[in-house]
Design a binder for this molecule. Structure first.
Ligand code: GLN
Length: 603
């Protein structure tokens, strides 16, 4: 066997050896892509399976209010996209990509496993005029899908009174004969729940481990894909498209299966399947049979004796992240009238950290490019940063999927597919993955076809279309909501339509964005710019949590008190964000001319 040195890649610390057998291909691509494809497919199986359940788990098992659940969800997903900054750095300097991926896989899998331990359902209560009362829910099932027949009561000394939410936000307490015993004006009925602190802590530790594990896994498996191709290899973009298909193939199945198991068996089974999928991912890369030899190896200056320090430090990050989550959950809204300064000061630590890094990082990198780069380099960097800022808007809307849109599916969507057959709220997330798998190859053909005729839209135009698309998706659902029946439920196909439009928009921005960064960035800081790209997605996840909080509706015992009010709330928020995104997309469209100039021929 003749050893030939591996090709050095700009993003890969890979420095090992390849052998002639590597010349064999898989769909015309280096055969290692197959193993990275399946490894990532199973990792995303775990992540998206968990994501399909998380918001419902927080609102229906732990009985958190929408405000708390979506805030925590936003903070969690923000950290999921922030930790890759550190994970990428550690791989470059210490572990190498492959070891990082293996370690990340184990930590994530443990995280999902810990989520299986949820303890008993939280016990609901309500505070009325400063007095605390027990709340009973009849026909309650502690599963992702509610029975639909729940009846909630406030237990007062003497009698139990049925809780009925009114359109004006007030709450009626009804006697057994349906006469009104008490009308509580808006705001005077304050629902809450008692939770077992141990299981809340376990859940937060599970989520912390997922963020840490993802930081090690996600950026580095992508780096390994990049390292399969020589610089200038025309197959690189196609390779990433195939990889993106793997991502969505994995998430497609788990978004159907994990909610199914959680409904049929219990929450633990849904999260358990995510953990099993993740272990499968780990075994694929751990026992690769030498298929990935020479790729993602430890950097030459990396010292194996430091590995345990890295692993230890990663585990120490778990309590730190846990603290950030707790800080986020204890968030108190600022006093009205405290202004923008008051708002910023009142932000949870995580919010300050994310916005601070972004707002300081972006101008600082531009200033550096101005002084250190040529004029052309500086202009290209400016173009990249403008696109990165618009990227925040896209993901803010898109990422409503796991939070407000899942709650919308649960509450205000008629989930019937045909006859008696319906899907569950968590399962509606599968539409996105499904459309990506179907459309990604078509889009590849489309771009190629247009490129041959010189008609392929420029990157800023694709970004602008993506922004308008993600906004239009929401307006499509808003349109559909006008046809909601007297049960205030919108037909499933409107939600599916939103996901179809969102998936088309995703294909215009997500794979395009990654390659755009590598093309526009000054070469020696391309790693950092990739980090800024992830940071922009991270900021978006956080803002997405805030938007979903605005779309919060009042719940008692995990159920909304009035479906008409919840539909109105969702429609109001979706209309606003839909139009904002369309207007910003139109502005970017106009900016595409100056941007094209600044991009100096990059396509
Ligand atoms: N769905 C893709 C993934 O999971 C992209 C998500 C994103 O970049 N926000 O990798």
């Amino acid at each position: 066997m003749v050893d030939t040195p591996a090709v050095e890649e700009p993003f890969s610390p890979a420095s090992g050896r390849t052998n002639p057998a590597d010349k064999r291909t898989w769909f015309g691509h280096p055969r290692q892509l197959a193993r990275l494809f399946t490894t990532e497919m199973w990792e995303r199986f775990g992540y998206y399976g968990m994501r399909a359940l998380l918001t419902l788990y927080l609102t229906k098992h732990f009985l958190f209010s929408d405000q708390q659940a979506t805030g925590l969800y936003g903070g969690f997903t923000a950290l999921v996209y922030l930790t890759p900054l550190v994970g990428g750095f550690i791989a470059d300097h210490y572990l190498g990509s492959k070891r990082s991926v293996k370690f990340g896989a184990i930590v994530m899998s443990l995280g999902y496993f810990i989520l299986c331990f949820g303890g008993e359902t939280a016990r609901p209560h309500a505070t009325i005029d400063g007095q605390r009362y027990e709340v009973q829910v009849e026909n309650f099932v502690d599963r992702p899908t509610s029975s639909g027949e729940e009846v909630r009561y406030v237990v007062t000394p003497g009698e139990r009174l049925k809780i009925k939410g009114n359109e004006d936000g007030s709450v009626d307490l009804l006697r057994a004969d349906n006469s009104v015993a008490k009308n509580l004006p808006k705001g005077s009925f304050d629902p809450g729940a008692d939770r077992n602190g141990l299981f809340v802590a376990l859940m937060l530790i599970g989520l912390s481990m997922v963020t840490v594990g993802n930081g090690f896994f996600k950026p580095n498996i992508s780096t390994m894909v990049g390292s399969l191709y020589d610089q200038g290899d025309r197959r690189r973009d196609a390779g990433f498209t195939i990889f993106y298909m793997g991502i969505n193939l994995g998430s497609l199945f788990s978004q159907l299966l994990c909610p199914f198991l959680a409904d049929a068996v219990g929450w633990w089974a849904g999260f358990g399947l995510a953990a099993v999928g993740m272990m499968f991912s780990w075994s694929l890369i751990q026992f690769d049979g030498g298929r990935l030899a020479g790729y993602g190896e430890r950097p030459e200056h990396g010292d194996p004796r430091k590995d345990w320090i890295v692993y230890g430090a990663a585990l120490l990050a778990v309590p730190v992240i846990w603290f950030l989550f707790t800080n986020l959950m204890n968030y108190q809204e600022p006093e009205p009238g405290s202004g923008i300064v008051g708002y910023v000061l009142s932000l949870p630590i995580m919010g300050k950290l994310l916005f601070g890094t972004f707002l300081v990082g972006v101008p600082a990198i531009l200033a550096w490019s101005y002084f250190r780069g040529t004029r052309v380099e500086f202009q290209m960097m400016c173009a990249a940063m403008v696109l990165i800022i618009f990227n925040v808007v896209f993901w803010t809307l898109f990422e409503q999927a796991g939070s407000s849109l899942t709650l919308f599916a649960d509450r205000n969507t008629d989930l019937t597919v045909a006859g008696n057959w319906s899907i569950s709220a968590g399962q509606t997330q599968f539409f996105n993955a499904f459309f990506i798998v179907v459309l990604a190859p078509l889009f590849s053909l489309l771009w190629n076809g247009l490129a041959k005729r010189g008609l392929e839209p420029s990157i800023p135009v694709k970004f602008a279309l993506a922004l308008m698309g993600v906004g239009a998706g929401f307006l499509f659902l808003v349109w559909g909501s006008a046809f909601a029946g007297s049960d205030f439920k919108v037909a499933l196909w409107w939600l599916a339509g939103l996901y179809l439009i969102h998936s088309i928009a995703e294909l215009m921005i997500s794979p395009v964005g990654l390659s755009m960064i590598t093309k526009l960035s000054i070469a020696r800081i391309v790693g950092m710019m990739m980090g800024v790209w992830f940071l922009s997605i991270s900021v978006a996840q956080y803002v997405a949590g805030v938007v979903a909080q605005v779309a919060s509706v009042e719940t008692v015992g995990g159920q909304v008190t009035n479906l008409q009010v919840s539909l109105q709330t969702y429609v109001g928020v979706f209309t606003t964000i839909g139009w904002i995104s369309i207007v910003l997309g139109a502005i970017l469209f106009l900016l595409s001319w100056p941007l094209k100039y600044l991009m100096h021929g990059v396509k």
